[in-house]
Design a protein around this ligand. Structure first.
Ligand SMILES: Cc1cc2nc3c(=O)[nH]c(=O)nc-3n(C[C@H](O)[C@H](O)[C@H](O)COP(=O)(O)OP(=O)(O)OC[C@H]3O[C@@H](n4cnc5c(N)ncnc54)[C@H](O)[C@@H]3O)c2cc1C
Length: 423
């Protein structure tokens, strides 16, 4: 299903250099080199059409009471994914020959921002689906692509992604989950934590150690094993989180789970390097999610500041209410620009690791600040469950530490500024 707008295929960034060592990559689009950039702030009609269509969908079919119900029950029903597939959402970045729209990251950022304005948990799961689609699209075998991508675009196949373990998400290369080839199939043993969508997924892309002899090199000997979810060897426990409650974030136990011999996605033993190629895009889409949350919080607070009166005037007439809203509007503009620049670089095949990291860092911090400020404007109503702001406030809390913590992002940026590696 096409989205009714023309987009080019995503062009992979020329080089992803996450944690690649202290080598400083010259990037003509960063810092002082930017002064010679031509800038074009014209609106892109296809993106405006997409924004309108998403807003219409939420107004018509997925209003706040339904979203609130999914938040309470901590579940996004399968039927919703099928409906979203008719709108082209899960298949946005899937190549057209496999039934998707083949859209670039700029378009993905528009979609993610608009979903997050209304329903951040849905944006989190959409982002996951989009990232797993990217891994398949870029590194899957022809068989994996032709079998799975059309189903993924049709909302008939949900894939979650298990990297984090109880031992830690930041120091992810210390992972302990093992996959061993026994009698022509992979046997997976270990535990993953915070795997979103896991309970509802058809398969989990599990980052496992497949070659223990390489353990000393940490990033070597790891592989991505696509493990079917529904089998005795996979037990899933839903976690009761404070925010992003409908994203279905789980603890997953692999107790001699089975996966076919051809279930490895990407090169055997190079799973970490396969993932590195997708990290910039993940950060850009994440940044777009926090732009969406910030924009929604500001909209709600502005409306309230106009409607609510105190001492005979709208509360928005008082400077103490106006100033934090003005600060939020300015910060929203900053993160929107940063995110758009990173998305543009990625969509046009330029190096963007630092810009993507900065966009994720800034947008997630702004969203936390903005939801806090805006909640104060709403007074008591900001804490009432009927107010979407209560949910946005909780959902924004994920940003500073996931999918990568902002401390680690700062470590990475510091290193790119030429400082010694700090971790
Ligand atoms: C709702 C939700 C959904 C998620 N979805 C997924 C998913 O689908 N798949 C998946 O694999 N994971 C997922 N995660 C996990 C997420 O990516 C991790 O929570 C994140 O990577 C941080 O890991 P951690 O929680 O183990 O924190 P830790 O790694 O234990 O870190 C704790 C703190 O220590 C700091 N720290 C650690 N090392 C350093 C250092 N060297 N320098 C400075 N600070 C440091 C961190 O910044 C952080 O503040 C999800 C998490 C949540 C809450």
């Amino acid at each position: 299903m096409c989205l009714g707008h023309k987009t080019g295929p995503i062009t992979a960034a020329r080089r992803t250099s996450e944690f690649a060592g202290s080598e400083h990559v010259r990037n003509p689009y960063l810092g002082t080199g930017c002064s010679g950039l031509a800038m074009n702030f014209e609106r892109i009609p296809e993106h405006e059409t997409l924004r309108d269509s998403i807003r219409e969908f939420f107004d018509r079919e997925l209003q706040e009471p339904k979203i609130r119900e999914m938040d309470r029950t901590r579940r996004i029903p399968r039927e919703l994914w099928k409906r979203l597939a008719q709108l082209g959402w899960p298949g946005l970045s899937v190549p057209t020959e496999y039934g998707g729209s083949g859209a670039d990251v700029m378009t993905g950022a528009v979609l993610c921002e608009e979903i997050a304005r209304r329903f951040p948990s849905l944006a989190t799961d959409w982002l996951l689906i989009s990232m797993t689609a990217r891994v398949l699209r870029e590194s899957g075998t022809e068989k994996q692509q032709s079998e799975l991508l059309p189903k993924l675009a049709a909302g008939e196949f949900l894939m979650s992604f298990g990297m984090t373990e109880p031992g830690g998400g930041t120091d992810v290369l210390g992972l302990k989950t093992r996959a061993t080839l026994v009698g022509g199939e992979w046997v997976v043993r270990g535990q993953k934590l915070y795997t979103s969508l896991a309970d509802d997924a058809d398969a989990i892309l599990v980052l496992c150690r497949t070659d223990p002899a390489e353990a000393a090199k940490r990033s070597r000997g790891l592989s991505l094993v696509l493990t079917p979810r529904h089998q005795n060897g996979v037990q899933v426990r839903r976690l009761e989180l404070m925010g992003q409650r409908a994203a279905c974030t789980c603890e997953v136990f692999f107790d001699d789970a089975r996966a076919p011999a051809d279930a490895v996605v990407g090169e055997l033993g190079r799973g970490w390097h396969t993932l590195l190629r997708s990290l910039d895009e993940e950060r850009i889409l994440c940044a777009a999610m926090y732009v969406g949350i910030t924009a929604a919080a500001l909209d709600l607070a502005l409306q309230y500041a106009k409607d609510r009166t105190a001492f005979g005037r709208p509360i928005g007439a008082y400077q103490a209410v106006q100033h934090p809203l003005a600060d939020t509007a300015a910060e929203l503009e900053q993160i929107r620009l940063l995110t758009a620049k990173a998305a543009w670089l990625q969509s046009n095949g330029h190096e963007c690791a630092v810009e993507a990291a900065m966009a994720k860092l800034a947008a997630s911090e702004v969203a936390v600040r903005a939801t806090d400020r805006c909640m104060r404007v709403l007074g008591g109503f900001g804490m009432v469950e009927e107010s979407p702001l209560e949910r946005l406030f909780r959902d924004a809390r994920l940003g500073p530490f996931s999918p990568i913590s902002n401390e680690m992002v700062r470590n990475f940026i510091g290193e790119r500024l030429g400082l010694p590696r700090s971790y």
